[in-house]
Design a protein around this ligand. Structure first.
Ligand code: NAP
Length: 308
């Protein structure tokens, strides 16, 4: 845990307080990064839970009321809800308020949100590349962003002071901050995050459709690799539905490449081309070691091959 610093913002309003919103609210509170934290969410049950958890100082069901007088607004809702939330907060936004977000796709968010924000309200789109398969305010924790990347994709004409203040917030929460063009972000995330989730959803779906006897054995012997896919495929259905619908082009492009490579592997197996398989698996093993060396491997697995 880092030492307390001067607050970076007087009042931060969160619109949406699930895994990501509540993790950021906890990190902000723990590190003293805002004098006041305002929480807003659409359901009374989630708002009440946020209050019980002590995530903020002020709680509102009405998003426009929540953002009034905030210095920074953080949108933390599923991608499909962005446009509605942007419209809802518009009447409460004052000139100079900075709006940011945490959505997993960026070009669609910039289009959906940007057009609704009044002049003089800079939008600094962000994506913390950190998460778990859990949802809701109970799932959050303050160290979620520690040593993880946070990508910011501001438009070229975005107010530079607003960008550096949002960058400073993420850095103070332990993240490594990177600036990127939104379209490039969406392409990179399509291959590193979105396609792996699609593959996990497919494998687990295929196994689920097997005959009853085979299905029982899939569960019984899941430690053989299937287990890791079930963790990813257990991720929030709404969030992931929205990611695929909001990053359609990049995901379809990566899926096309993947399908071609899968077909090549299929042929290699059919033709007993062991060398082809072995050379690919050696290359992929090196990639895994690179991820471990970069400190991005997540939990330590004693079975893991060690970097040389
Ligand atoms: P979450 O735990 O499911 O929380 C979602 C929050 O949004 C809740 O406060 C929920 O309110 C609210 N919400 C849901 N549907 C809404 C709607 N239609 N209109 C208004 N509010 C709505 O979600 P999360 O995992 O924190 O994800 C939030 C954002 O972070 C997403 O855009 C996602 O792409 C991004 N993200 C997620 C991860 C991850 O691993 N989960 C990682 C990086 C970025 P109620 O509970 O009151 O209904």
């Amino acid at each position: 845990m880092s030492a307390a610093v001067d607050p970076l913002f007087r009042r931060i309003a969160f619109v949406g307080i699930g895994l990501i919103g509540s993790s950021l609210a906890r990190a902000v509170r723990e590190r003293g990064l805002a004098k006041e934290i305002v929480i807003s969410t659409r359901s009374p049950a989630t708002l009440e839970r946020a209050r019980e958890l002590g995530l903020g100082d002020d709680y509102h069901l009405d998003a426009a009321t929540a953002v009034a007088d905030a210095e920074l607004v953080v949108m933390c809702v599923p991608l499909g809800a962005y446009e509605g939330v942007a419209q809802a907060i518009k009447p409460g936004l004052k000139e100079g308020t900075i709006v940011t977000d945490v959505g997993s796709a960026k070009a669609s968010v910039m289009a959906a949100v940007g057009r609704h924000l009044p002049d003089g309200v800079p939008f600094v789109p962000g994506h913390p590349v950190a998460g778990t398969e859990h949802s809701g305010p109970d799932a959050g924790f303050a160290s979620l962003f520690q040593d993880r990347w946070c990508v910011l994709t501001p438009a070229a004409d975005c107010n530079p002071t607003a960008v550096s203040r949002v960058a400073a917030l993420w850095a103070a929460c332990g993240s490594r901050v990177e600036m990127m063009d939104a379209a490039h972000h969406d392409k990179v995330l399509a291959i590193t995050s979105h396609l792996p989730h699609l593959i996990a959803y497919t494998i687990v779906g295929t196994a689920t459709d097997l005959e009853a006897d085979d299905h029982a054995e899939v569960i019984k012997y899941s430690a053989g690799g299937f287990r890791d896919f079930t963790r990813i495929a257990g991720s929030d259905p709404i969030m992931w539905r929205d990611i695929f619908l909001n990053n359609k082009e990049s995901v379809l492009e990566m899926l096309q490449r993947f399908t071609e490579d899968l077909t090549a592997l299929q042929r290699a197996i059919r033709r007993d081309e062991g060398d082809t398989l072995e050379s690919l698996f050696r290359r992929t093993r090196a990639v895994r070691l690179g991820v471990v060396e970069a400190g991005q491997a997540g939990s330590f697995d004693p079975q893991e091959p060690k970097p040389d």
